[in-house]
Write a protein that binds this ligand. Structure first.
Ligand SMILES: Cc1cc2nc3c(=O)[nH]c(=O)nc-3n(C[C@H](O)[C@H](O)[C@H](O)COP(=O)(O)O)c2cc1C
Length: 200
């Protein structure tokens, strides 16, 4: 027995709640950008993924026209910082609807560090920064998908094991439905099985 939900009859907000409750867990891109007036901006976006391998690209979605989207369109640059467990309070703090012109970095007391290839700063306390230049945007209904080409990745030495970023050390937060957030749980190593090794 299943219960059916038709987006046409359920309505925008309840179906949005349903979608975000079932597409879980979502990684959180902590997106740093700079406005045309020079104000730095930082906001979490959980509609986030890898978009292309070569060239390396990531994507995030702005639901509505938020400052991050306006800044990225104006300057063509942004930085995706990893959202670590120990900064949950600050990450949530940067999702407050501050008026334009207020820097979330200052509002929540986060130190910045300069990026190497783009103008928006990195979150100094975040272990990973993906420096991006705007590739394109796609408007979909009330939302805009932003694609960025990753021109530089800066990873804290402490989260690298044999040169590889380790989730156990990065401790990324993720977003679930409602007001729920999650930390990484149990780890499993599951190797892909090539077809010619399958037993019949
Ligand atoms: C964990 C988390 C994830 C979020 N994900 C998104 C998202 O994917 N897209 C979006 O438009 N807003 C998202 N938000 C809300 C924005 O962060 C919030 O509206 C913020 O104020 C936008 O800031 P800005 O106007 O400076 O860009 C999220 C909020 C939180 C706390």
């Amino acid at each position: 027995m299943r219960i059916d939900f038709d987006p046409e009859t359920v309505g925008r907000n309840p179906f949005y709640k349903l979608l975000t409750a079932v597409v879980v867990p979502r990684p959180i891109a902590w997106v740093s950008s700079i406005g045309a007036d020079g104000t730095s901006n930082l906001a979490p976006h959980s509609f986030f993924s890898v978009a292309c391998v070569s060239p390396p690209m990531v994507q995030f979605t702005s639901v509505g026209r938020k400052d991050t989207l306006v800044n990225v369109e104006a300057t063509g640059e942004f930085v995706v910082c990893l959202a670590p467990e120990e900064l949950a309070r600050e990450i949530n703090g940067t999702a407050t609807d501050f008026p334009r012109g207020v820097s979330e970095f200052e509002a929540v007391g986060l130190a910045t560090e300069p990026s190497l290839r783009v103008k928006p700063p990195r979150v100094a306390a975040s272990p990973v920064a993906l420096e991006c230049v705007l590739h394109s945007t796609v408007n979909l209904g009330d939302s805009t998908v932003v694609f960025g080409r990753v021109v530089h990745a800066a990873v804290a030495e402490e989260v690298l094991v044999d040169g590889h970023p380790e989730a156990r050390l990065m401790r990324p937060l993720s977003r679930l439905g409602k007001n729920e957030w999650a930390t990484v749980g149990e780890f499993k190593d599951i190797a892909r099985i090539p077809y010619d090794q399958l037993q019949s």
